[in-house]
Design a binder for this molecule. Structure first.
Ligand SMILES: O=C(O)c1ccc[n+]([C@@H]2O[C@H](COP(=O)([O-])O)[C@@H](O)[C@H]2O)c1
Ligand SMILES: Cc1cc2nc[nH]c2cc1C
Length: 370
């Protein structure tokens, strides 16, 4: 708890001065004002995160894929067997997954973290063994995690982020792997936004109509059993709000969600941008925002997943996704596709000439030569 408190205490809002300078700088560059659309907002956001204008290039980037299993899988909420989580971890380690291809394309490193896979995995220098438990308990019967497990998993995410930043990462990318984790994500989204299970629950990695109905029913049961049906109370003081946020995360979340929550919080505390992936990272970011609202200032929404709860999540966080390609893979893939856009947005701030420096006539018709 103390490590988490230290992380939370270090999180501050984006720097308004640096953002104002970034906005003004954008307007001096040789392009019509606003012509780079949302990329201008991304560059301004990164200036706010770093507290300087122009912000540092977000290079290199580091992807962390947090993998874990879910007790709720026993209810047939996924069309895939649970062992696919472990098999895909082996695939990431061998370099054979989509995330590996996208990371190579983007020039990002890949760190694979076992925070809660249900089986023992072969040791590998390319796998961080940080197992907190062999999967979660069934969220539809009681808390998925104990408070201690949830805190330990948050701590894993904090440590991984801090180590990547210490090793030189200038941009963090949050990825996940966990068969059945779209069920836990839907439950978390309900628990943190107050929305109904039917609105936020989707097909995940390929559920048919029958299993979708079962999934919605299981999410509802999990929320009821764990007493998280009402939206979280407005915190009476940060402690009570934080305790309730951790309770909700432990009640219906997964070990990878908790780790991503810590990853996002540590990125924010380090003032390093973190690119969120799809519905799993989004659900984890809801928990991070409940623990430290300013953490959202340090997040970039990489993409909008096809999972219905994701758009609702991004709306709740006030984030606009950069990429919208109907992806529903996870692993960090959508965030990796967005990463070059983030880099391009910042590069503009460093390299594009101003109207004055290039001698391009400004919109008032005056020739600018100095
Ligand atoms: O990132 C997303 O939005 C996303 C949407 C649908 C599925 N997934 C991935 O698919 C797995 C979970 O799907 P499911 O149906 O088993 O809950 C898990 O490994 C996720 O990374 C990921
Ligand atoms: C094959 C496969 C790959 C994945 N990657 C992330 N979630 C996944 C789920 C499945 C089923």
């Amino acid at each position: 708890m103390e490590a988490l408190e230290r992380t939370l205490a270090a999180i501050g809002p984006a720097d308004a001065g640096a953002m104002a300078r970034a906005r003004a700088h954008q307007d001096r560059l040789t392009k019509p004002r606003g012509a780079l659309g949302e990329l201008e907002d991304v560059a301004v956001r990164l200036a706010g995160i770093a507290g300087v204008c122009p912000p540092p290039l977000p290079v290199p980037a580091a992807l962390a894929i947090f993998a874990a299993d879910h007790g709720v899988h026993a209810h047939g909420v996924s069309r895939w067997p649970q062992e696919v989580t472990a098999q895909m971890v082996a695939n990431f380690v061998a370099g054979g997954a989509v995330a590996n291809a996208f990371a190579a394309h983007a020039g990002a490193s890949v760190t694979v973290v076992d925070v809660g896979v249900a089986s023992d995995l072969p040791e590998s220098p390319r796998l961080l063994a940080r197992k907190v438990a062999y999967g979660t308990a069934d969220l539809s019967r009681g808390p998925a995690m104990s408070a201690e497990q949830a805190l330990a998993a948050v701590g894993v995410g904090v440590r991984v982020a801090l180590d990547l930043v210490d090793a030189g990462a200038a941009c963090l990318v949050a990825g996940d792997m966990g068969i059945a984790n779209t069920t836990a994500s839907a439950a978390l989204i309900c628990a943190f936004t107050g929305r109904d299970a039917a609105e936020v629950t989707g097909g995940g990695a390929g559920a048919d109509a029958g299993s979708l109905a079962r999934k919605i029913e299981i999410v509802r049961r999990g929320l009821e059993v764990n007493g998280v049906t009402a939206p979280p109370p407005a915190p009476e003081g940060p402690d009570r709000g934080r305790r309730e946020a951790l309770r909700r995360l432990a009640a219906v979340g997964g070990l990878e969600h908790a780790a991503i929550t810590g990853f996002v919080l540590a990125a924010a505390a380090s003032r390093v941008p973190v690119i969120l992936d799809g519905v799993i990272a989004g659900a984890a970011a809801l928990a991070a925002a409940a623990l430290a609202p300013a953490a959202v200032d340090h997040c970039v929404a990489g993409h909008r997943s096809a999972e219905p709860g994701h758009a609702i999540t991004l709306g709740h966080l006030g984030l606009r996704p950069l990429v919208d390609l109907e992806l529903r893979l996870g692993e960090g893939t959508g965030a990796l596709l967005a990463y070059p856009l983030v880099g391009a947005a910042v590069r503009v701030m460093h390299e594009v000439a101003t109207f004055d420096s290039a001698g391009v006539t400004g919109k008032d018709g005056a020739g600018r030569t100095s």
